[in-house]
Design a protein around this ligand. Structure first.
Ligand code: BEZ
Ligand code: FE
Length: 334
């Protein structure tokens, strides 16, 4: 508020960001609690109701965290320096903040709240940083992997709706590591996409393509997030998996991964992506003629991954998300 000598309009005119002085005075923050209550009063001025509610909740929890942990000035400065390094590690091809969100379980949590389980639907999993836009279009039965990049694997199934009908013209983006546990974007000499492809279902909703058995791999460990994992005694491995992103008009886009059984890291995934329903069997097919019939140039044997993907109509997916959000807010402590 203005002093008696100054009119409010004079003070407001001089404010650089153009926002007027509030029409109330805040008590001086002589006690720590007053800092929190003053900030909450100021947040009440936020014009957008959703922003106001998110920011109020955030401030309440962060201030409560600071109070409960009695964090020292040195610890807080270390935190600020850590976050600064996370930002400085980001580049056009590296997003350390997303990696931080991944290892803190935030990416998986946001994904899980936005895509709550729907009866019969394929569950979602984290996207990760290795999706690229340049996957080649492949036909049914083609290979997404260059010859020699791993053990042969054939992936097949049907894309259908939770109501049972096959979905025609669904677009499947799929990507995976080679047998060294590297995505193509990590190859030193990447000239074009490898171990990734895009295909479409036909009338019967079926899809099938050649790939390689993916290999477990470490998430980037040479930055601040890697240091955080070491400091907190956690490994940085993801179990082997095949990424699938499936889109079809009228259906909720599905971002998921399939995790072959038997991997050592299935139940300690560094980024919390594995759900039980996404753990799959790889069948051994030891049949040279069948391997050749499916297009594997060297024949021999291959692994077969059969998985039907079930999508949720957009309207039903949104209804499920809203109902789940309402249920949580009803059960949240006041
Ligand atoms: C991935 O699956 O590609 C991934 C996900 C989260 C962090 C790093 C990698
Ligand atoms: Fe991955």
């Amino acid at each position: 508020m203005s002093t008696p000598e100054q009119s409010t309009s004079e003070v407001n005119k001089a404010i650089p960001n153009g926002i007027a002085v509030p029409d109330f005075d805040l008590p001086f923050p002589d006690k720590s609690e007053i800092i929190t209550s003053n900030l909450l009063k100021l947040i009440d001025l936020t014009p957008n109701e959703r922003h106001k509610s998110i920011f109020k909740n955030l401030v309440t929890h962060i201030h409560q965290f600071i109070n409960e942990t009695s964090i020292t000035t040195e610890e807080w400065m270390n935190t600020v320096q850590f976050l600064t390094r996370v930002g400085q590690t980001c580049s056009p091809i590296r997003q350390e903040f997303i990696l931080l969100s991944d290892v803190l379980g935030i990416s998986a949590l946001v994904d899980s709240l936005n895509n709550p389980p729907v009866q019969g639907a394929t569950e979602s999993s984290v996207l990760g940083p290795f999706f690229t836009e340049d996957a080649p279009d492949v036909e049914q039965g083609d290979s997404i992997a260059s010859e020699g990049s791993g053990q042969y694997m054939y992936v097949e199934g049907t894309i259908k709706s939770i109501h049972g009908d096959p979905i025609e013209n669904a677009v499947i983006e799929t990507w995976e590591t080679n047998d060294h546990g590297f995505y193509d974007v990590q190859y030193k000499d990447r000239e074009k996409a490898d171990c990734r492809g895009r295909l479409r279902t036909g009338k019967d909703g079926k899809y099938g393509y050649r790939a390689v058995v993916p290999i477990a791999y470490p998430i980037p460990g040479d930055g601040p997030v890697g240091e955080l994992l070491i400091a907190t005694g956690r490994h940085n491995m993801r179990p082997n998996h095949l990424h699938l992103m499936v889109e079809a008009p009228g259906y909720r886009k599905l971002v998921t991964s399939l995790y072959p059984k038997g991997d050592d890291f299935l139940q300690s995934d560094a980024v919390f992506g594995v759900k039980k329903s996404l753990v799959v069997d790889l069948e051994d097919v030891n049949d040279d003629a069948e391997a050749r019939r499916r297009g594997f140039p060297k024949g021999g044997s291959f692994k077969l991954l059969h998985f039907d993907v079930t999508l949720v109509p957009e309207v039903e997916a949104e209804k499920a998300r809203e109902e789940f959000a309402q249920l949580r807010s009803k059960n949240a402590p006041a």
